[in-house]
Structure formats: C-alpha cells, structure tokens
Design a protein around this ligand. Structure first.
Ligand SMILES: NC(=O)c1ccc[n+]([C@@H]2O[C@H](COP(=O)([O-])OP(=O)(O)OC[C@H]3O[C@@H](n4cnc5c(N)ncnc54)[C@H](O)[C@@H]3O)[C@@H](O)[C@H]2O)c1
Length: 339
C-alpha cells in the first residue's frame, strides 16, 4: 500500500488529537502543517516530535500548503467561527479533507461547502467522532438488533479546570456572544442523537446557564437538551463543566425500551439488560476512546485510499449543528423550538 501524506491545517487542540491518531495509522505520515500564526509552529513541532513524527514542512501561506505535492489529504482543525474561508480553499483545491465540526459558522456556510464539494468532486468528511467510538458503535449494533429505543439519556460532565487547560481564557470558545462552549460541547452528541434515533428531530427544548468562573477566567455552563424525534424516540441530555475536578470527567448513555436497556457507563464499558445481563469491556487508549482514531482510520483507508464515500456527510454535520443552534435559541427564548 502506498504511503498517504497528510497535511494538517491548524495547530491547536484538535490538530494535536489528530496527529496522535495519525501516528498510529500504518502507511500514513503527517508531511506538513499550516497555521497562519507562526508562533504556534514551534510548539506543534515539539508536540509531534514527542509522538515520533517528523513533520517536514511548516506553512503560514495556505496556498503554498495546499500546493505541497506530498500532501494527499488534509485534516482541517480550525474553530467553527473561522473555518469557512479556509475549508473553501481546501475544497476548491480538490484534495480529500476531514473538516472538524461544526464545519462552518452557520448552516448556510456548511451548505455552501457541500455544494462546492459536489461541484468540485472533492471528498469531504466532517469529523463526527462519536459515530466511530467503539462504545457507541456497540450500542448502535444492539439497537439495530433489538429495535427502536423509546428514551435515550446522555450525560457529559467535564470539569472546568480541565477545559481551562485545553482552551485559554481568551480563546474563541469562551466568547459568550457566540453561545460560549455550547456549540462545540454539544454538537457531537447532537450528531450521536440523530444517528442512534435514525430519525430527524421534530421538537427541541433546552435550558442553559452560563456563568463567569472568576478563578479560572472562563465560562461555566450547565445545559439540558431534550429532543423529540419524528419516529417517537425521545433524547434527553445534560452537559456541564460545573463539576469538581475530584469527580473527574464523566460520560454516560442509557438507551431504554420495554424490551431492553443498554448503557455505556464509560467509553470502555457497555452493558445490555434483556432477560439476562451482558457486558463488554473495551480496551482503549486515548485517541480511541472518543472515536478519533477509528474516524481517522476510516478517512485514510476508505475515503482517501479507496475513494469510498465517507460514513458521515456534510449534510449530517449541518443537521447536527442546526440542533446545537436550536438549543441556544430555545434556551434564550425559554420555549420549545419546532424543527
Ligand atoms: N471532535 C472533537 O472531539 C472535538 C473536540 C474539541 C473541539 N473540536 C472542534 O475542533 C475545532 C477546533 O478546535 P480546537 O480545540 O482545535 O481549537 P484551538 O483553539 O485549539 O485552535 C485551533 C487552531 O485554529 C487556528 N485559528 C484560530 N483562529 C483562527 C483564525 N481566525 N484564522 C485561522 N486560523 C485560526 C489556530 O491555528 C489554532 O491553532 C472546533 O470547531 C471544535 O468545535 C472537536
């Protein structure tokens, strides 16, 4: 198999996450990286060196980066507020690209990228990693055998102190006028909701409290999102960073119907209750836990190498983002939103 050369656009948190995942994919090499901020280059070089990667070329000019002949595919990890013009250039160039999500600042921007990709024949895969997480794939497999769930309950708690290490106080993610962390912290679960329900949302109700955390200088958030899907499945979810670090991060999912209950108590543990109980322990390392590793593997092996269509589309990404935006609207207006 021929080696695939990858170029990474962006040098922040998700660029590091993708580098780690790519470092474990055979016949794949990160050959170049782009950031318009030269001060980021050295830090990224140090990080990738620790992973055993030697990224040969660093660019500040996006066009020069895209013209690099060793780049076969691009991973674009730029915050959603700023991604559109960059994603447009990459798609226009025609190389296969994985775009971090949301892949635009508005659903209309995502739709424009989708139309450009079709016109250009460029393969574009949005990064909706939860669909690739082994625990959620197991749950999806059980649902397809056992039938539609009546209620799905999802919780994701990430201590503020750990998010403050990820994103500095002046980061785009803490800007209240853009909904603060809500779009980024909910959009992946919104995609998971549609994927597990196998239906489209009809109504959504959300509540949100945003507060300023003085000691960490970031926003605290606590939000609930309830969705009724057209097939009758109800999704209920809670997201917060207002949880003590001693408690640690927590993610769980419980899928319920009269016939069965299946639940994820951690990314490594899935249970199924029918007449008897069964459970699966998954042995996973960091980029595998939330699906990043398998997502990037699908992108490289199937989309880039074999020219297969991606398992997630820009249309999916647009719909998931619409749900996160509807949650913001519902919370601000304190009423359910029809979709
Ligand atoms: N899949 C996941 O698990 C996951 C997790 C966190 C974030 N994300 C998504 O990934 C995206 C990137 O998040 P991140 O945490 O890597 O962000 P980040 O703050 O770490 O920044 C990423 C990079 O964006 C670039 N950048 C910032 N502002 C820019 C601008 N105005 N113009 C051009 N480049 C700019 C910088 O080079 C920076 O290194 C977000 O949209 C977020 O929603 C995904």
């Amino acid at each position: 198999m021929r080696e695939i050369g990858v170029g990474i656009a962006g040098m922040g948190f998700m660029a590091r996450m993708h580098s780690r995942a790519l470092s474990r994919i055979p016949n794949t090499r990160v050959v170049a990286a782009w950031s318009k901020f030269p001060h980021e280059h050295e830090r990224f070089r140090e990080f990738t060196r620790k992973l055993g990667l030697e990224v040969s070329r660093y660019y500040v000019d996006l066009n020069q980066f895209l013209e690099d002949p060793e780049i076969d595919a691009v991973i674009c990890a730029i915050p959603w507020k700023f991604i559109y013009p960059i994603a447009r250039e990459i798609i226009q160039n025609g190389k296969p690209v994985l775009l971090e999500c949301p892949p635009g600042a508005t659903p209309a921007e995502i739709d424009k990228l989708n139309r450009l990709a079709r016109a250009r024949g460029a393969p574009v895969m949005p990064g909706h990693c939860y669909r690739f997480a082994p625990c959620f794939r197991k749950v999806k497999e059980l649902i397809s055998k056992l039938g539609r769930p009546e209620l799905v309950s999802f919780r994701e708690l990430v201590p503020a102190a750990s998010l403050a290490r990820q994103w500095a106080p002046d980061s785009w993610i803490w800007k209240k006028e853009h909904g603060g962390p809500l779009p980024t912290m909910t959009v992946f679960a919104m995609d998971l909701a549609r994927w597990l329900a196998e239906s489209e949302a009809s109504t959504l109700y959300a509540s949100l409290s945003l507060s300023r955390l003085k000691s960490l200088r970031i926003l605290g958030y606590a939000t609930t999102i309830t969705i009724r899907f057209k097939n009758g499945t109800v999704w209920n979810s809670e997201f917060t960073n207002l949880v003590n670090e001693a408690r640690g991060s927590l993610m769980n999912l419980e899928v319920m119907s009269e016939r069965y209950v299946t639940r994820v108590t951690s990314p490594e543990h899935v249970e199924l209750f029918t007449e008897k109980k069964r459970e699966w322990m998954l042995e996973l390392e960091r980029p595998e836990r939330w699906g990043h590793q398998d997502q990037d593997l699908h992108f490289i092996n199937d989309v880039v190498s074999k020219g297969k269509p991606p398992a997630v589309t820009l249309k999916d990404a647009e719909k998931a983002f619409r749900l996160s935006l509807a949650a913001l609207r519902s919370a601000r207006q304190n009423r359910p939103v029809r979709l």
